[in-house]
Design a protein around this ligand. Structure first.
Ligand code: ATR
Length: 274
């Protein structure tokens, strides 16, 4: 029987996930379909019950449901539990609903597709301390990154993540600016440079070292002001599209058992966004 999957959110029309997953089903010859479903916050519980009744094999969860869906699920994997946020639901063989969070791990896959796995001891500067930064920090720690500093405008938020990780250091943006040349891997997680955003880079790159690694989680535009400035200093650039594609690929693997082709998908979406 044909399987079906979905992404739920409010709003949902802008999501690229249906296009991505349906293209993978076609490539991999999987008899399945993936649909966007607009679910308002007040209808979330009913939506989950309906999906269960109608036999969805799994679905993605986006804003504003990532936290609020948790009471309606039967179990959570370790990272989703730690995050208190779910972006992927899997209906298990015995009909239970299990929540995962593939956002942070998607970022790590994207980063390591570019730089390999041999740099896990190098000093990382994570810029920003919102939900996205928190997921990335936990995911980096889980695969063995040893040296993580989190810089944020509101330093208390960075400190909270460091406390939760029981590792790392929290600093202000100003401290980061002054010591930029002591880091090798830079991860920009604030909305700076988003096409819809209204503010520029929240810090100066004057002391950005040469030949470092610079990643951004923003993918519209693909080249953010941060990546442009880093590239001028000879950095290896990782844009935010890989994180989006790999979070989807990890979800796909949870549902269907194999890892789909991410390179072709990144090329396809790059062309669209380019
Ligand atoms: P997300 O869940 O997508 O990570 P978020 O939780 O709103 O989004 O986090 C946004 C991040 O961008 C935060 O680190 C925020 O800094 P504060 O914690 O100090 O608010 C950062 N940010 C947003 N606007 C900023 C600005 N104008 N200058 C500097 N940092 C900014």
């Amino acid at each position: 029987m044909k399987k079906w999957f979905a992404v739920i959110g409010d709003p949902i029309a802008q999501s690229k996930s249906p296009e991505m997953h349906n293209a993978w089903y076609e490539q991999e010859k999987v008899d399945a379909t993936y649909i966007p479903v607009h679910v308002k916050p007040e209808n979330l519980q009913q939506a989950v019950a309906s999906f269960k009744l109608l036999g969805a094999s799994g679905w993605n969860v986006t804003i504003p449901h990532k936290q609020t869906i948790i009471p309606f699920l039967d179990e959570l994997d370790e990272l989703a539990k730690k995050m208190g946020a779910v972006n992927t639901v899997v209906r298990t063989a015995d009909g239970k609903l299990k929540g995962y969070n593939t956002d942070g791990p998607g970022f790590v896959k994207s980063l390591e597709a570019a730089i390999g796995t041999s740099k896990r001891t190098e000093p990382v500067l994570l810029i920003g301390a919102g939900g996205a930064a928190r997921g990335i920090a936990f995911a980096l720690q889980m695969v063995g990154y040893k040296n993580i500093t989190i810089a944020n405008r509101t330093v208390e938020k960075a400190q909270r993540i460091v406390d939760e990780m029981n590792a790392g250091v929290a600093i202000t943006i100003q401290q980061a600016e002054e010591n930029l040349d002591t880091y090798r891997i830079f991860i920009q997680t604030t909305p700076a440079g988003m096409s819809t955003g209204d503010f520029a880079l929240p810090f100066s790159l004057e002391k950005f070292p040469t030949g470092a690694i610079a990643a951004d989680i923003v993918y519209n535009p693909l080249m953010t002001p941060f990546l442009q400035a880093a590239e001028q200093k000879g950095a290896t650039i990782v844009n935010g599209l890989g994180m989006f594609v790999h979070q989807g690929a990890i979800a796909y693997e949870h549902w269907l058992g194999n890892y789909p082709n991410t390179n072709a998908m990144i090329a396809r979406l790059t062309e669209q966004l380019g």
